[in-house]
Design a protein around this ligand. Structure first.
Ligand SMILES: Cc1cc2ncn([C@H]3O[C@H](COP(=O)(O)O)[C@@H](O)[C@H]3O)c2cc1C
Ligand SMILES: O=C(O)c1cccnc1
Length: 344
């Protein structure tokens, strides 16, 4: 699947910056709100940006690598939590409710027959990926299907009037494929890409490193971006990549969540670097490696809240800051409006 992602129209940069500089404040004094307003204005191609109908799209799937003891989270937690999200009592639910996000739940490849009737979109590619310790996690066809399905969900959400989207995930073991992508796409040493995930202790992290190092040694692919994505990836991760690329193609604002989603936009940017023009980074979390991957992307996360949950939580938490950025540019007076002396 190919995506036609246009770079935002750079000719608007100067008028947007002028507008921001002419608001009644010392130049630059609203700091990151100014950077965000500029970014959102450029994405939307307007001096009066607006955020409409925000959605958090959460993809869930299982991972063959879980069999090798890389997570404290039992595999069944994936489907149990997906059901829990549908009922409304999980971490991402209260945040979506608080900030007016619609939560879209997608079964990308959970190893369980999710009963119909709970509002969970059935896009199951297969019941869990294969174990990448010994071979590719998914086929090239499965990866393509994931890109298409991720794009399809975003297309539907966009058609409902949404112009700002975040992505979340649920998948016991999914910090492992994320770490593999991070290492292979940034060149950062593998050990620095691996962390506690859902709560491994130091021995657990050492074991996770051994398993992932051996998996790397066993890698027999061609080293291309798509091959690395398929060999190590998860169905929910590749769907998120497809969703991000489609969101950029549609000119939507993407709010990036934690370690896992940061590695998804990293992978997306290896295919289409322009995707980064449409992204803001919600937070820097506590999963070891998150800070480094953000640095590798040149990203400036909005919040630092020591989160390490995923599900889209850090992206949704950052939403009020984005709202403030948009309010700033729309609602503040300029020096000329109120005859305050412009002193610079
Ligand atoms: C109850 C529970 C809820 C979660 N929500 C997100 N995760 C997070 O933890 C998992 C990744 O960590 P690892 O790679 O170590 O398994 C993913 O499911 C991620 O979404 C959770 C984990 C648990 C246990
Ligand atoms: O930051 C994340 O995305 C994350 C970290 C730990 C566990 N699950 C998700």
């Amino acid at each position: 699947m190919t995506f036609d992602i246009k770079r935002p129209d750079a000719s608007l940069k100067e008028p947007l910056q002028n507008r921001i500089d002419n608001l009644t404040k010392p130049k630059g004094s609203l700091g990151m709100l100014e950077e965000l307003a500029l970014r959102i204005g450029l994405i939307q191609g307007t001096l009066s940006p607006e955020l409409r109908n925000p959605h958090n799209i959460l993809f869930a799937a299982d991972h063959g690598i879980i069999a090798d003891g890389v997570s404290v989270s039992p595999k069944e937690v994936t489907w149990q939590q997906l059901g829990h999200f549908a009922k409304g009592g999980a971490g991402i639910n209260f945040l979506c409710n608080q900030h007016g996000f619609k939560l879209v739940l997608v079964d990308a490849g959970v190893d369980y027959d999710i009963p119909a009737g709970h509002g969970i979109i059935d896009m199951k590619v297969r019941r869990s990926t294969r174990n990448f310790h010994y071979g590719p996690a998914m086929t090239a066809d499965e990866m393509e299907l994931c890109l298409q399905r991720g794009a399809e969900v975003v297309g539907d959400v966009h058609a409902s009037g949404c112009n700002v989207v975040s992505f979340g995930e649920m998948g016991s073991g999914n910090t492992s494929p994320s770490s593999m992508w991070m290492h292979l796409f940034t060149g950062i040493p593998l050990a620095d890409c691996i962390g506690a995930g859902a709560g491994l202790d130091n021995d657990g992290i050492r074991h996770k490193y051994e398993v992932l190092k051996e998996s790397l040694d066993n890698y027999r692919g061609d080293g291309s971006v798509t091959d690395i994505m398929a060999w190590f990836g998860g169905y929910e991760l590749v769907m998120a990549v497809g969703g991000m690329l489609r969101a950029a193609e549609l000119g939507m604002l993407i709010i990036v969540d934690g370690f896992i989603m940061t590695n998804c936009i990293l992978a997306a940017s290896k295919l289409y670097p322009e995707v980064l023009d449409y992204a803001v980074f919600g937070h820097q979390g506590d999963e070891s490696g998150h800070k480094l991957v953000l640095q590798a992307l040149g990203a400036h996360p909005i919040l630092h809240l020591s989160l390490r949950l995923g599900e889209g939580s850090g992206a949704v938490c950052a939403y009020p800051i984005l709202q403030s950025a948009v309010k700033m540019i729309n609602d503040m007076d300029t020096f000329a409006d109120v005859a305050v002396t412009k002193y610079f």
